[in-house]
Design a protein around this ligand. Structure first.
Ligand SMILES: Cc1cc2nc3c(=O)[nH]c(=O)nc-3n(C[C@H](O)[C@H](O)[C@H](O)COP(=O)(O)OP(=O)(O)OC[C@H]3O[C@@H](n4cnc5c(N)ncnc54)[C@H](O)[C@@H]3O)c2cc1C
Ligand code: FES
Ligand code: FES
Length: 1361
């Protein structure tokens, strides 16, 4: 084969032509967009198709039909070369500052659906593509004017693949639903378009939508494509010089395989390349074969015998084709709709999935469902074509890279006597998570439920590939369904489904397979005229409650597939005009800018000249000497420019990566090293930084590092709390922050009627999962100075550590942070390491260096929440009054102290929400060889508050009384509150918790719902509901904060504050406060000033003493500093105003400022606000009810409803505070239910990406989500009487955990399950997180068998099969 010249990729990006000549074939579309075009909307959030931050719209033009097809795609997985001659539309392309924003962007901001904004462009594009798809679909009725053809249920699913860590999704769904033809606009939540409750909702108030407004395919590209058609039909292209080959026929492909160019180790064969999201490339490839251009692989043939799908048909296309068929096809389509995400399915091919299942043991859904449907496949290996059953193909040894899958054939089973069902159990019901187990079952039955034939397929349970349960099939053939037959089948299945060694949750997976078989067979047994008495678990899913007990329950309440319930919400709050424009729910400052993708984050800053990129090499060993760093011999290794280690720290500098800031304290809190030297003290510790020409090369090169370790003369690592206790490995707790006991524990115990001794509860860690990973860009400057752009939420501290690390004075280091794509505490101490590493590299190399961590590295090195164990002994009276509590608390702090010495006092502080009578504790902050744990939203408080609930529930279960009775009995009165909290308790009039709790838990509505739950549980066997109400108390501390207000000559205003905008709405509140503070100078009280205020980035050399952003109080203290600055300006400007007024009456703002400027009035004022010494902290209160439904067969939980009441004081901005409440709550739901931050036996994080770490998605939030912000008594010592909102509401998510426990209790009662140390159906511990396997285990792994045994024993007639 000859070599041809390199081909130039031509594409349109937002209508503009781009040529990419000589791009490396491994370049992704995302990388190209972000580095070679001005586009910054698509963001890198994960690089594995799992987050949606990079979603773009790809449009293809077919010159034959003159048609354009559009679809969303993840640009992080799409290879640049594969979009040759395509048009790409990004969020900037549909709307921007210059050309005007698109209604999607305007509505996202108007519905308050953007906080940090990092996910917003991706959300925008997912919504936009859903609109394009719906509006282009022929046959749909025209929507009412102003709407799209999209339906509300499609709107909810449009963003099912996009992650957002800030908002809790509810407002995003509302923004999307506002386009839906069938929406009732009154159902939508708080927005800026109409005043809910006061004004009618009306589409004319929304930014107008016109489906044809955006051109997705420019004419010039169409012309180019038309003129190149002839060329495309010409002779086959020879091997491309740039390593990208796209054969046009199978023969051509085989010639290629046979050529000496082909080497299976270096050539990558791709269809859509989404497989690289699953199996990350370990090395760079410089040769690619793209098989999508082979027409034979795209065939779709439908005949009476079945449907043939070419292997490169996308999953979305397959869904479209199959949806239009009979039962089996439709069910397959339904199942495929839960595979991956919409933007992955649009490109991912069926063939790629099957090959991954066959060759790489991928836990495929598609292989399982197609296996059950009796599919066959056609392959070509060398020159041989073969037709095999899918089962045969899967059983073959992994196929070689020159085996080509041609097509898949799914037979048409007709509908006579055919039953077909598919199953998958996964943490997210709408997809975007691989299943624990999947299954599909096809049966042919005759008249009296006789199974004539059956095919049982199971996959993903820890098996090489999907299998057929042949023995079970043989047993069932010819049998009529009865409980004893099902029981026998289940027993046989348990012998068949055998997860391989090392599979996680093997027993759970077996029980899932059993549940699926049971569900299927019992649905067969229950079809019309079924004689059997098997209780159909599918019944409640689809038909409501069994036994005819439904008449008193509203239709929706009993509708059993609760996942299909629409998301509804209610927001209640009181607005006041007292301090306007403070207090108004105005939209977030810069929200549209965030939606369009123009908002600049650190990685969006254009690369300075000669910029290099770094990636960490980290230890995988918990305690070992680092003897050397070598690199594998690979293509990626060739990209290494240099490796930065401790030896590169300038003389005079220190090997320091972070420290805990404690102004004015002499207590040694401690530093953490930047690089392991000479010993790596934990897995995940940085050893060095690989420097390369691009960020991707740096990441790939870092993967090639081979570290030489030696454990000689080193003690074994201390990894767990138990190890630490055994070795007395603790951090000291500074005496001034040590928590204080209350009363006399022994005395309290002696007064108790009952005692629980040494019960234990455990909480695991949680990862921040901010959408923007840690990033810094360091630019060396003259005279040993350096400027660092960092995603830090603590720039001042970072500046200090960088200065120490480089050995230069603080004034040589300028730290700039404009905005941060989510932080939640993780961009505090942990972010300093990244800034320091960049600084050291930039100093050494004398050029700019950027590091944008990949998701895996970020997850491995950043630590997260503190895992802990609490052992408690509690004494109580028979009426439920608790008299004494003792807590033994073990906290795993990791290698360095960080914030950990403060954890005991915070945990105990939150636990004190109840009056324990007498409280004693022993807290141990354990020093271990794992990544140090740091502050994460509600650090310590969330654990303390939860531990309190676990104890209260335990007491209630021992006394067999309702948990709320015990809660209420032990809530403080103001007197005891003051004993437990001291000065923070404030005044009696501000203690709003009891009334809040009563409002929720004693309301007739709650009683009614509790009765309904009980009713539901007595009528349903396989689904159980629980309801629970949880109170919270949260202390916050006020810290000194600076602010500076500068009025420009034209009247525009620049404001600087100590805090950093991390999505919490700081800038919005500060803008409002500035307008309020200067408002006395304006005729309208300041509202006209809002648009004149710009809050500018944090810059440590411009505004000093910025302190830290955290602890929920930064917004209010920054506001107060700004208010003081404004007061100084008002003082100076008032005389000018008065003199102008004397001459001209009313004075406009611009005239006032012009005059003041001419009069040389100092128009800039700065204040450093410090808290009143008598009011350094205050308490926040809230209460939340959650109602959940647990699927006893799978362990899945649906949150049916959450009602949160939060005392926000006089909110500075109710829309911002509402967003904080909702977002924090959903982050808490993740902590309590699903987020497993798992580590291996060396302490190395192994849940290190979107595949294994599952934060909540739109399908896991409460179906009814109500929030009420209340404004308790005023307190002039708080900033305009407001309260904090950033962290406390996260604690309310414990209500979900508690409700789950109630539901599980009902299941245990139903099936008499007694597991756990207490060995009782009622008393059991449920640790955090309560994932599906844990829930199922507590409900009973063997409930199906138990049930079948009891039914078979009770009715011998059905027992005879
Ligand atoms: C975020 C995400 C979530 C996912 N979730 C699920 C899920 O829930 N359930 C599920 O089943 N799957 C899931 N997948 C897998 C997804 O279905 C596959 O990645 C996709 O179908 C692969 O198709 P592709 O065209 O991108 O293959 P590629 O990535 O291009 O190729 C994958 C492999 O197959 C080979 N190959 C491709 N086509 C052929 C062919 N015709 N003949 C021979 N070899 C071929 C390639 O050489 C490569 O080795 C998920 C994927 C992602 C990225
Ligand atoms: S960055 Fe592409 S899906 Fe996450
Ligand atoms: S706003 Fe969605 S991740 Fe921050």
């Amino acid at each position: 084969m000859g070599k041809a010249a390199a081909e130039t990729v031509v594409l349109a990006v937002n209508g503009k032509r781009y040529e990419a000549a000589g791009a490396h074939p491994s370049t992704t579309l995302l990388e190209f967009l972000r580095t070679q075009t001005p586009v910054r909307g698509p963001k890198l959030g994960c690089g594995e198709g799992g987050c949606g931050a990079c979603v773009v719209l790809v449009s293809k033009y077919d010159p034959a039909t003159d048609e354009v097809t559009e679809f969303s795609a993840s640009s992080c997985l799409t290879l640049l070369r594969s979009v040759d001659r395509c048009s790409v539309t990004t969020s900037e392309g549909i709307g921007n500052t210059r050309d005007g924003y698109h209604p999607v962007q305007q509505r996202l901001s108007g519905f308050h659906a953007s906080q940090c904004g990092f996910c917003t462009p991706g959300m925008c594009m997912s919504i936009f593509s859903a609109l394009v798809k719906a509006d282009k679909e022929p046959g749909r009725p025209a929507p009412p004017a102003g709407f799209s053809k999209l339906t509300t249920s499609e709107a909810e699913r449009a963003v099912s693949g996009n992650l957002c860590r800030c908002t809790g999704y509810r407002p995003i769904v509302d923004a999307c639903k506002s386009f839906a033809a069938d929406v009732d606009l009154e159902d939508l939540g708080l927005n800026c378009f109409w005043k809910k409750g006061d004004e009618p909702a009306d589409v004319s108030k929304l930014p107008g939508y016109d489906s044809s407004a955006v051109c997705t395919f420019p004419e010039f590209l169409k012309s180019e494509i038309k003129s190149s058609v002839d060329q495309a039909n010409g002779p086959a292209v020879a091997i491309s010089a740039d390593g990208w080959y796209h054969p046009k026929s199978i023969e051509e492909l085989h010639r290629l395989f046979d050529s000496n160019w082909f080497d299976e180790n270096s050539v990558k064969i791709v269809a859509s390349n989404t497989g690289s999201g699953v199996y990350k490339d370990q090395d760079l490839h410089d040769k690619y074969i793209d098989i999508k251009g082979i027409p034979e692989l795209s065939v779709i043939n439908r005949s009476s015998k079945g449907i043939e799908l070419g292997s490169v048909v996308s999953i979305s296309k397959a869904i479209e084709v199959l949806s239009d068929g009979n039962l089996v096809f439709r069910k397959i389509a339904d199942h495929l709709n839960k595979v991956a995400t919409p933007f992955v399915r649009n490109t991912a091919t069926i063939g790629g999935n099957i090959i991954m299942a066959q060759r790489l043991q991928f836990a495929s859904d598609i292989a399982t469902v197609l296996l059950a449907a009796g599919s066959t496949i056609a392959i070509q290996a060398a020159s041989k074509r073969l037709c095999l059953t899918l089962e045969e193909f899967l059983q073959h040894p992994p196929c070689g890279s020159n085996t080509l899958l041609l097509s898949i054939f799914i037979p048409d089973w007709g509908s006579d006597g055919i039953s077909f069902e598919t199953f998958r159990a996964a943490p997210r019901p709408f997809g975007n998570s691989v299943s624990y187990v999947n299954s599909a079952i096809l049966a042919r039955t005759s008249g009296s439920h006789l199974i004539e034939d059956i095919c049982l397929a199971f996959g993903a349970y820890g098996v090489d590939h999907a299998i057929r349960a042949r023995k079970v099939e043989d047993f069932l053939k010819g049998k009529s369904v009865s409980s004893s037959v099902i029981l026998e089948a289940v027993r046989l299945l348990k012998d068949t489904v055998s997860p391989s060694e090392g599979t996680t949750h093997p027993e759970y997976k077996i029980s899932l397979a059993v549940s699926f078989l049971f569900s299927f067979l019992s649905s067969l047994g229950n079809s019309s005229n079924a004689p059997t008495k098997v209780d159909n678990p599918n019944g409640p899913y689809t038909n409501g409650i069994t036994n005819g007990t439904t008449e008193h329950l509203p239709e929706e309440y009993i509708k059993a597939d609760s996942n299909d319930l629409p998301i509804r919400s209610r927001q209640e709050m009181v607005f006041t005009d007292e301090y306007k424009p403070v207090g108004k729910p105005i939209k977030k400052a810069g929200a549209e800018l965030q939606a369009s993708g123009e908002a600049v984050y650190v990685d969006d800053i254009p690369a300075p000249k000669d910029c290099l990129y770094g990636a960490f090499i980290y230890s995988t060993h918990p305690h070992a000497h680092v003897k050397g760093i070598n690199f594998k011999s690979s293509l990626a290794s060739q990209k290494v420019i240099t490796v930065i280690t401790t030896k590169d720290i300038p003389s005079g500098g220190q090997n320091i990566g972070s420290t805990f800031p404690m102004t004015g304290s002499t207590f040694p809190i401690g530093d953490e090293a930047l690089f392991a030297d000479p010993v790596a003290e934990f897995a995940g510790q940085n050893i060095g930084v690989v420097i390369a020409e691009t960020q991707r090369y740096a990441h790939m090169a870092a993967k090639q590092a081979v570290i030489e370790y030696s454990t000689e003369n080193l003690q074994p690592p201390i990894l767990t709390i138990e190890d630490a206790i055994q070795h007395n490995s603790y951090f000291q707790i500074p005496p001034f922050v040590a928590p204080k006991p209350v009363g006399d524990y022994n005395q309290g115990m002696s007064e108790a009627d009952h005692k629980i001794l040494s019960a234990e509860v455990k909480l695991e860690s949680q990862y921040y999962f901010y959408m923007e990973t840690q990033v810094a860009l360091a630019i060396p400057d003259e005279d040993n100075c350096i400027t660092i752009y960092s995603s830090s939420q603590i720039p001042e501290v970072t500046q200090g550590v960088v200065a120490r690390c480089l050995g230069i004075p603080l004034h040589n280091v300028r730290l700039i942070t404009r905005r941060v794509g989510g932080s939640f505490g993780g961009k505090g101490i942990k972010g300093i390491h990244v800034a320091c590493a960049c600084a050291v590299a930039a100093f050494k190399l004398r050029c700019p260096v950027r590091m944008y961590l990949d998701r895996k590295t970020d997850m491995i090195i950043t630590g997260g929440r503190h895992p802990m164990k609490a052992k408690y002994s509690v004494g109580f009276k028979s009426d439920g009054k608790i008299t004494a509590l003792h807590l033994d608390l073990g906290i795993n702090a990791g290698i360095s102290p960080d914030v950990s010495p403060f954890m005991p006092t915070i945990i105990i502080g939150a636990l004190k929400k109840y009056n324990w009578g007498n409280l004693a504790f022993d807290t141990k902050v354990c020093k271990t060889n794992v990544t140090s744990k740091s502050a994460m939203r509600g650090p310590g408080d969330v654990q303390g508050s939860f531990i309190a609930e676990a104890i209260i529930e335990h007491v209630a279960s021992v006394l067999s009384v309702d948990t709320n009775t015990i809660r209420r009995k032990n809530l403080h009165d103001f007197e005891s509150l003051a004993v437990f909290y001291g000065e923070s308790a404030g005044e009696a009039s501000t203690y709003s918790l009891v009334s809040m709790f009563d409002k929720l838990a004693s309301s007739p509505d709650y009683q009614h719902r509790a009765a309904m739950v009980e009713h539901f549980n007595s009528s349903n066997k396989w689904k159980k509901r629980g309801i629970s109400c949880v109170p919270i108390t949260y202390a916050v501390t006020l810290r000194p904060t600076p602010g500076k207000v500068s009025i420009m000559n034209d009247g525009s205003i620049a404001v600087e504050v100590g805090g950093v905008e991390i999505g919490q709405g700081l800038w919005t509140k500060v803008k409002q406060m500035t307008a309020f503070g200067l408002g006395q100078l304006c005729p309208d009280g300041g509202e006209c000033l809002i648009d004149k205020v710009r809050v500018i980035q944090a810059d440590t050399l411009s505004l000093i003493q910025g302190g830290v952003t955290g602890g929920s109080t930064t917004s209010e203290t920054s506001c107060e500093a700004v208010r003081q600055s404004c007061a100084a300006l008002v003082e100076r400007l008032k005389p000018v105003k008065e003199s102008l007024e004397a001459k001209a009456g009313t004075v406009e703002w611009s005239a006032l400022i012009a005059q003041a400027s001419m009069a040389s009035v100092n128009l800039s004022a700065q204040a450093y606000w410090t808290p009143d010494p008598t009011f350094g902290s205050y308490l926040n209160y809230g209460a939340g009810i959650s109602e959940v439904e647990v699927d006893v067969l799978t362990g899945a939980t649906t949150i049916l409803q959450s009602d949160l009441v939060y005392d926000c004081g006089q909110s500075l901005n109710p829309a911002v505070d509402l967003g904080q409440v909702e977002g924090a709550f959903i982050q808490g739901v993740g902590f309590f239910t699903n987020e497993e931050y798992a580590i291996n036996s060396d302490g190395l994080v192994i849940h290190d990406g979107t595949w294994t770490y599952k934060i909540p998605t739109v399908d896991t939030i409460p179906k009814q989500f109500n929030v009420e912000l209340i404004n308790s008594a005023r307190n002039p010592k708080r900033v305009l009487s407001s309260k904090a909102s950033g962290e406390p509401p996260l604690l309310l998510a414990a209500s979900v955990h508690c409700a789950m426990r109630e539901a599980i209790r009902a299941a245990r009662k139903e099936f008499s399950v007694c597991t756990g140390p207490a060995n009782s159906a009622f008393t059991f511990q449920m640790d955090v997180p309560a994932t599906m396997p844990i829930v199922k285990e507590l409900c009973g792994l063997d409930v199906v068998e138990r049930y079948l045994e009891s039914v078979s024993a009770a009715d011998p007639t059905t027992a005879k099969a």
